[in-house]
Design a binder for this molecule. Structure first.
Ligand code: ZN
Ligand code: ZN
Length: 237
């Protein structure tokens, strides 16, 4: 199997252990053609990237693209899905600096309202039907209202109705991630949606350079669910 791209890697700009160049070198050593740097966006309270640092990251990525001609280096961002209206932490200033946008739900993202704050609590403690509905609506509206390339680890930290999400992903041409660190999408979710025909991307979600391109867990879930591999855009058999 050849890995065409790993769009989901973190660096020291949020809470990863390596530099952008460390991730690039690791990707080259594994024969990966495209590497995406996608740190946590600025409304994550503990490790969101500072907006002034995104300018530095852009410059660094531009320089590294000149230095390494055998790989494409992209600057993305893993935005936070903030509430049921589908708001994510992106603005015009930031989006101009990026090559692509991913979005996922994380504990630790700033609440936009009392309701979104209570939903964090529900996901953390109660894990009830109400929070499942809220989480589903949040992801669906995020896809409808923003230009998102990939929804990261759908269902992680907050349960969702995955079929509803996959249908909207297909309609809005948004990829759903099979995350190789968090095991979402997992085999059971993939089984529920494999007939829908939406596109998938595998992401390593590497927080250390050596995990760039580590797709083992995702491949295990894919095999278990017997997912049609032609739906997975960033690998080639
Ligand atoms: Zn994430
Ligand atoms: Zn991540």
């Amino acid at each position: 199997m050849q890995i065409l791209a790993d769009y989901h890697t973190h660096t020291v700009y949020s809470h990863g252990k390596g530099t952008i160049e460390d991730n690039v070198k690791e990707a080259i050593s594994k024969g990966i053609k495209t590497i995406g740097i996608s740190d946590h966006s600025y409304k994550h309270m503990t490790y969101g990237v500072k907006i002034k640092d995104i300018y530095k990251m852009r410059e660094e990525v531009n320089k590294l693209n000149l230095k390494y001609s055998n790989i494409d280096i992209l600057l993305g961002m893993e935005c936070n899905i903030l509430d049921e209206n589908g708001n994510i932490d992106i603005n015009d200033e930031v989006s101009k600096l990026l090559d692509y946008v991913m979005a996922g739900y994380h504990f630790g993202s700033s609440p936009t309202s009392l309701k979104s704050m209570l939903n964090h609590c529900n996901n953390y403690v109660l894990k009830n039907e109400k929070s499942k509905e809220y989480n589903t609506k949040a992801i669906i509206n995020a896809m409808k209202n923003n230009d998102i390339f990939i929804i990261t680890h759908p269902g992680d930290k907050g349960d969702v109705y995955i079929e509803e999400i996959a249908k909207v992903a297909k309609d809005t041409d948004t990829r759903l991630e099979i995350n190789s660190s968090h095991s979402y999408l997992n085999a059971s979710q993939l089984n529920q949606i494999k007939h829908i025909g939406n596109k998938f991307i595998i992401g390593s979600d590497a927080h250390r350079p050596e995990n760039v391109g580590n797709f083992e867990l995702a491949m295990k879930n894919i095999r278990e669910a017997n997912l049609d591999l032609s739906l997975v855009e960033n690998i080639k058999l």
